[in-house]
Design a protein around this ligand. Sequence first.
Ligand SMILES: NC(=O)c1ccc[n+]([C@@H]2O[C@H](COP(=O)([O-])OP(=O)(O)OC[C@H]3O[C@@H](n4cnc5c(N)ncnc54)[C@H](OP(=O)(O)O)[C@@H]3O)[C@@H](O)[C@H]2O)c1
Length: 314
Amino acid sequence: MAPSERWDPERLPSQAGRTAVVTGANAGLGFFTSLQLARAGARVVLACRDEKRAANARAAIRRAVTGAQVDVVRLDTADLSSVREAAGELSRLDRLDVLITNAGAVHPPRGRTVTADGLELVGATNHFGHFALVGGVLDVLERTPGARVVTLGSIATRLVRLDVDDLQLERRYTGWRAYAQSKIMAWSFGLELDRRLRASGRGTRALVAHPGYSITGRTPIVRGVNEPGVGQRFVDNLQASFTQGKDRGAWPTVRAAIDPAADGGESFGPRYLVKGAPVRETPAGVVRDRATAAAIWAESERATGAPLLPLSPH
Ligand SMILES: NC(=O)c1ccc[n+]([C@@H]2O[C@H](COP(=O)([O-])OP(=O)(O)OC[C@H]3O[C@@H](n4cnc5c(N)ncnc54)[C@H](OP(=O)(O)O)[C@@H]3O)[C@@H](O)[C@H]2O)c1
């Protein structure tokens, strides 16, 4: 095995002295990502929309990891004023080594729903809010040597055709399309972000990770955070051959965030697409396409009113 492929997700390099921010950290993958980073010694900031759920997650991490440094910042990614406030608060951190844009609406509404900012809800939650957040914390990332942004993709990116002229889904909405399209935008954004960071001479790097197919009933029970009933565990365990728990689903994200051998522009996912150890992978063509990335970027700037890393004219 080449040295760059060696990675044990259960023996992480020490993250003492480093700070990670994880959005949507109170449940699911975001919680386990935060827990694993805290276990490795990182200070973790849980960026969550609900105070009570965030407090439960913070308490659970502190129960599991003696001396864990865990803070909470309020963030609703579907509300640009909340994103601006959170970015302001995070900008005051001494350092920001890793920003993980994990929060996601994974059960989209059946009908198209619009946020207070006039954006399609699923796209706003999963991508546009994160686009604005990255712009808002770029300075503190840049102040931190070796800083990384990790965005969350999905295998859904391989399963739909993107309509680049309908990124707000005004013409053709289904919940599935909204979710898959939001993940195409997120993955494409991660790769384009890395290109633009490099082009502008910045030191921050961007990577992408996806968790395969990670489900609640196959995930360890954590009081106040993950408490699936017996029925759900039974049904979810029937799908064991093609699913994994969210604790394992967090592995590719954690690897993208802290593997010293990982580089900006790379993507990580489970070895067997839906489950398995975290490995490098080649993303779907749609998220590698530069023209698509430019269109998504332009719409993200328009939608958020927050220009980010303009390309200098050649
Ligand atoms: N599970 C999978 O198999 C899978 C596959 C591919 C990609 N992913 C991606 O992985 C990420 C996490 O998924 P998951 O399975 O862990 O889902 P999950 O268990 O439903 O957790 C989603 C997290 O995002 C938060 N969130 C949702 N809307 C938010 C908002 N407007 N502002 C702030 N936080 C918000 C939730 O907070 P609340 O508790 O307040 O709702 C929760 O903490 C998502 O980006 C998803 O697209 C998951």
